[in-house]
Each structure stands twice: as C-alpha cells, then as structure tokens.
Design a protein around this ligand. Structure first.
Ligand code: SF4
Length: 263
C-alpha cells in the first residue's frame, strides 16, 4: 500500500465475533468472510460524535478527577443509547472510542486524511465492517472518507446506520454498492427519511409493534448488511439500559432480553 503523504496515527477496529456465525450463514454475506476473514467495527464515542441524535442522545461524561463516568441523557431522550452506557461502565471501551474520535476529528483533517487513517489501520483480515456500533458520521468529510474506503476495497463489505441523513443524501448517487446504508429513526432530521425515501430501521418496543408496522425484525445485523436488501426497511427490538420511568424502560422489562437494538 502506498505511503501516505500525511503524518498518521492509528484508529482501533474492534472484532465483532458474536455476529460472525449468523452472518456467515447468509449466502450473500458468506463470500466476504471466506478464507477466515472477520467482522469488525470502527467505533466512536457515542453522543459526542452524533450531531443529529435526538431521542437516543446520551453521552458518557467524566464526573471526577479519577475518571469516573456517568451517562447523561439529552433533553429529548426516549430510549437511551446502549453504547453510551457501555462507555460509562467500561474504561477500555471509553478510551478506545475516545481515541478514535480524537484521531479522526480533532486535527484539521479532510476526507483524504481520514481515509488514509482508516485504510492504514484496517486489519488485513477484515471482511465485513460495521461502521459504528457506537457513534455516527460527525461531518460530511468523514462520510466521504468511508465512501472512498468502500470504493477502494470492493471485495469487502461496509454497512452503517446513521442519523446524519444530510451527509448521506448529499452523496447518495456516489455511495458504492458495497457500502450499505440505513437511516435510523430518533434523530433531528427524521422527516427526511420519508421525503427522501431512505431505507430505514425503526426501533420497536415489542414484536407486536413490528408486526403492526409490517417490518421484519433484524436480530443479527444481516438485514442491515445485505446489499440486495439495501432498499428494504426493517425493525430493531429495543435493547440496553433505559431511563427509569420511561415507556422504553417498561417495554424493555416485557422483552426480557430479546432486544436487538444495540446502540
Ligand atoms: S444511538 Fe447512535 S446516534 Fe444515538 S447517541 Fe447513540 S451512537 Fe449516537
């Protein structure tokens, strides 16, 4: 691979082994995992990297000099971001995502700087990459960096949920086939999902709600990742730790761990 012209550090890709089995069972996805290739994610600090988050908005915030953290919900939080809860609880998770966000956003980087960083840090055996189990596209240059990564790695598959809908819409005609996008409800621009006809995932509080909406529940991310389903919307069951006393907290109790919504 060509040497970058820019000084680079690294970002951390995380292994997503829990999903490998389910995905390798799907013929359309199995080819990306041939030869022992793996599924990874590239994660950023939740909330802090999500300019359009609204009903999900939560952040891990440091509360004292020891580095102790707690989750702070946004003003309109209806279902708490699961990733933010993880970041409050686990220091290594917080540090890794915080590092990634800093590396990608704090220096005056353009999309070329960012794609160099993403490419040079990418594990050689990456077959499928979920862009952001945690975090979102924090600006349009960063979205374009991922478009370039997908375009230049056609034998690998990339998929992402986003509430940063404008960045996607602005570049819609140029999104490569191996970058599969899903609009996620609960953001500040939800109205664009209908007006722009974006493929979407809605978080549901029960299996019955999904049925009423006529939306298939994606339990293992395979619907989100499959290129042939790129225009078909689907549902995700509520998951995670929800703020006490909310409708989401009550729904979560009823689901008893069946949830699949993992952000
Ligand atoms: S759910 Fe997604 S968009 Fe919302 S705060 Fe968490 S990572 Fe950001």
């Amino acid at each position: 691979m060509a040497q970058s012209l820019y000084p680079l550090d690294t970002v951390n890709y995380s292994k997503a082994n829990a999903k490998t089995h389910a995905m390798s069972e799907v013929p359309e996805l199995a080819k990306y995992l041939e030869g022992g290739r793996k599924i990874y994610s590239l994660d950023l600090l939740s909330g802090w990297s999500c300019p359009f988050a609204n009903e999900c908005l939560s952040k891990a915030v440091t509360v004292d000099y020891s580095g102790k953290r707690k989750v702070v919900d946004g003003p309109n939080t209806k279902f708490r971001c699961f990733s933010a809860s993880q970041e409050a609880q686990y220091t290594n998770v917080y540090n890794s995502r915080s590092h990634n966000l800093r590396q990608l956003s704090e220096h005056p980087r353009n999309d070329w700087h960012m794609s160099d960083l993403l490419r040079d840090s990418m594990p050689a055996n990456l077959g499928i990459c979920r862009i952001h189990v945690a975090g979102d596209f924090f600006n349009e240059s960063y979205f374009k960096a991922w478009m370039f990564i997908a375009e230049t790695h056609p034998d690998r598959l990339f998929y992402a949920y986003t509430k940063s809908l404008k960045y996607w819409i602005n570049n819609r005609d140029d999104v490569p086939d191996n970058l599969v996008m899903t609009a996620s409800y609960g953001g500040r621009d939800d109205h664009l999902i209908a007006t722009e006809g974006l493929r979407s995932a809605v978080v549901v509080f029960s299996e019955e709600q999904a049925e009423r909406l006529g939306a298939e529940i994606d339990h293992d991310d395979s619907h989100a990742a499959r290129p042939t389903l790129r225009d078909q919307s689907f549902a995700l069951l509520l998951h995670g730790t929800q703020p006490k006393g909310t409708e989401a907290a009550t729904a979560l109790k009823a689901l008893k761990g069946k949830g699949s919504y993992s952000r």
